[in-house]
Design a protein around this ligand. Structure first.
Ligand code: LMR
Length: 333
């Protein structure tokens, strides 16, 4: 055989093999609602990089950020239907799915700091919550941080009374609804992707979110005031379609678990600085006036929001609330 024929034979064999090789590649569509330059966006990119590396290209991760293909509610449905394989919804968005205990993460002032939060997510409560997703056809793989929330509005906000009558956008959590009602505001559930326009047109007066979300969604351009209350937390559960996950070859699943474990460490290590930098950038922009609450104001917010715990007890489950409070108060354990 001359060299040309050998070349043609090799090419032919490669072409024949190509569809087989392509058919063997597993594609993970990872949809999410924030921009790529957020803690979640960067965590997703890290997972893609590691998953493709550890699987030697057998797995391809396609990331669809910024509500590009699905908004909040739709992405949950898409995951259950198998139209996408992976999501990282905020913990405040599992109520509509019927898994209400996740709303324990939304209780006002429940986490004094990240260490207390970590004791919950890494402990038995965190595991038990993820297990509640399985009957819904969803497998929980990890918890990723965003950070603590601040309040924003178009009128000055310093004390709870300043929220009286304000239309505040919330995520789909009954705990967040109760929290805003407790300070006299009018909570309004709205998809993340719709918030900017709603603020711009006055459909809502304000919202609560993390600095990184407020910055990357440009909410600070359409909100005049921000109060650094740090009254609540936004984090994510990274979830997959359970049938898809269970159907993966064991070695591939192990490679993906390794990639997820490392991406989680990475995402959680950058979340705080991402939020700190976003806060600084907003201050520098001069577009929003940011202030810290006085100790009296913090006390007043805590006092006003405290009844949310008993109001939401049966929805979340008092046992879950108790376990979280125990874990958050056991400093140093
Ligand atoms: C929101 O809807 O405000 C956030 O949960 C969005 C996100 O995923 O961080």
């Amino acid at each position: 055989m001359n060299i040309k024929l050998i070349g043609a034979a090799v090419l032919g064999a490669a072409l024949l093999a190509a569809p087989v090789a392509m058919a063997q590649q597993t594609v993970i569509k990872f949809s999410h609602v924030t921009t790529p330059d957020t803690p979640k966006g960067k965590g997703a990119e890290k997972f893609k990089e590691l998953a493709e590396k550890y699987s030697n290209g057998k797995v391809k991760v396609e990331i669809y950020p910024n509500s590009q293909i699905y908004k909040d509610k739709e992405e949950m449905e898409a995951l259950q239907l198998g139209a996408v394989q992976m999501l990282a919804p905020s913990l405040a968005k599992f109520g509509p799915l019927g898994v209400r205990a996740f709303e324990v993460f939304d209780l006002p002032y429940v986490f004094p700091d990240k260490a207390a939060l970590r004791r919950v997510t890494d402990g038995p409560v965190g595991k038990a919550l993820l297990a509640k997703l399985e009957p819904k056809g969803i497998k929980g793989l990890a918890y990723w941080d965003n950070g603590f929330k601040i309040m924003t509005a178009n009128t000055p906000i310093a004390m709870p009374k300043d929220f009286q009558g304000l239309k505040m956008r919330i995520q789909s959590s009954k705990v967040l609804e109760a929290q805003f009602r407790a300070i006299g505001a009018l909570p309004q559930v709205m998809a993340f992707s719709e918030v900017y326009q709603a603020m711009q047109t006055g459909v809502v007066d304000g919202s609560e979110n993390t600095p990184s979300n407020i910055y990357t969604q440009k909410h600070y351009e359409v909100q005049k005031y921000g109060l650094e209350t740090n009254h609540g937390y936004i984090g994510y559960a990274v979830i997959v379609n359970k049938a898809f996950w269970d159907g993966l070859p064991a070695d591939t699943r192990a490679q993906l678990e390794k990639a997820m474990a490392e991406a989680t460490v990475y995402a959680n290590s950058i979340a705080q600085s991402e939020n700190d930098e976003a806060l600084e950038a907003m201050k520098k922009s001069g577009k929003i006036q940011l202030s810290k609450p006085t100790p009296e104001a913090t006390l007043a917010f805590r006092k006003a929001m405290d009844p949310v715990y008993s109001e939401m007890s049966s929805r979340i489950g008092q046992d879950t609330i108790d376990q979280v409070l125990k874990a958050t108060s056991s400093a140093g354990q």
